[in-house]
Design a protein around this ligand. Structure first.
Ligand SMILES: [Fe+2]
Length: 147
């Protein structure tokens, strides 16, 4: 089973959190697809939806990381590119829907567990730390100007 979104995964940005929730839901639909029962049409539709939503989410997330001045933006962007590439490769190279389903499951799991839970939470941890050190710096400057 895939993990479900919960508040521990929050990056404290309502739009990005909503997008992550939706992606967790789509991912779990992909993950629990029964290749024997699902029609090819249903699998293609779900794949398309997952792919398109993921791409537009990455764009928004990159925009957000830029606005907070995240120093690891380029590295994070490369990770997004890798995920999109691996999805493209899966769709291009798979010889059967059964195979697509197996590869998709791997991507979804790797993406969810390793990317959102690890790397997306990292920019939020960085933002909090940065905010704190900026506040401290301001306090020290105020103190100095008083003395
Ligand atoms: Fe990300």
């Amino acid at each position: 089973m895939l993990p479900q979104w919960n508040s521990n995964f929050s990056v404290n940005h309502s739009i990005i959190d909503e997008q992550h929730k939706r992606l967790f839901k789509l991912a779990s639909q992909v993950y629990t697809l029964d290749a024997n029962a699902a029609t090819k049409h249903r699998i293609s539709l779900l794949m398309r939806e997952f792919y398109d939503y993921m791409k537009s989410h990455f764009k928004d997330e990159e925009e957000y990381m830029k606005t907070i001045g995240y120093p690891k933006l380029d590295e994070h962007k490369r990770q997004h590119e890798e995920i999109v590439e691996s999805l493209n490769k899966t769709i291009k190279e798979a010889s059967s829907f059964k195979q697509i389903r197996i590869s998709l499951k791997e991507i979804v799991k790797k993406w969810l567990v390793e990317h959102i839970l690890k790397h997306d939470l990292e920019y939020e941890r960085w933002r909090k730390k940065e905010r704190k050190s900026r506040a401290n710096l301001q306090k020290n400057t105020e103190f100095k100007s008083l003395s």
